[in-house]
Write a protein that binds this ligand. Structure first.
Ligand SMILES: [Zn+2]
Ligand SMILES: [Zn+2]
Length: 175
């Protein structure tokens, strides 16, 4: 969905949209959107600067960093983002030798703001950087891939110090 800039005023205009879960592709390993993301907020304009404020609600599926078990979690993100036309952004960036990201603003093509891209970015930013199914997740056995939360595997008795196994690997190659 695109928000046309021409009709916006300083007063703010409400907007609302619900996406299909498959419409928002995070292109992120270990995380995907599973609940239809809904976004609502208000759009205002001062000169050629557009400001979108609102909230996104969805449900995401995250893979545990250690055991790769998928877990679903609700996600609510509040945003307050300013957009300036792309040409203005280029000038501003040149003058202060900063990129748009550092200025805390995003760019639009001069006619409309891409709400889809905003929703995608905001969900990505809100994802937890550390994802564990539980604090003490034991993860997968590095040798056989067994989920160690479900019990041990037969590799445990022969587990070697990783420094020694590196040496053992060298030895194998030399033989
Ligand atoms: Zn886990
Ligand atoms: Zn194992």
């Amino acid at each position: 969905m695109r928000i046309e800039v021409e009709n916006l005023t300083a007063a703010g205009q409400p907007f609302e949209h619900t996406y299909g879960a498959e419409e928002v592709d995070l292109e992120e390993e270990g995380a995907r959107v599973v609940g239809a993301p809904s976004v609502r907020g208000s759009a205002s304009r001062k000169g050629d600067e557009v400001r979108l404020r609102g909230e996104i609600r969805t449900e995401v599926e995250l893979l545990c960093d250690r055991c790769l078990t998928p877990e679903r979690a609700p996600l609510a993100v509040e945003f307050d983002t300013s957009f300036i036309p792309r040409e203005a952004e280029a000038v501003k960036a040149e003058n202060v030798e900063l990129l748009a990201d550092d200025l805390g603003t995003s760019a639009y093509d001069g006619e409309a703001v891409d709400l889809d891209e905003l929703v995608r970015e905001q969900i990505l930013l809100a994802l937890p950087s550390r994802r564990l199914c539980k604090e003490d997740c034991k993860g997968l056995c590095p040798s056989c891939g067994t989920d160690l939360n479900a019990g041990g595997c037969s590799c445990e008795q022969t587990e070697v110090d990783p420094r020694w196994s590196a040496l053992a690997g060298l030895k194998d190659k030399n033989e």
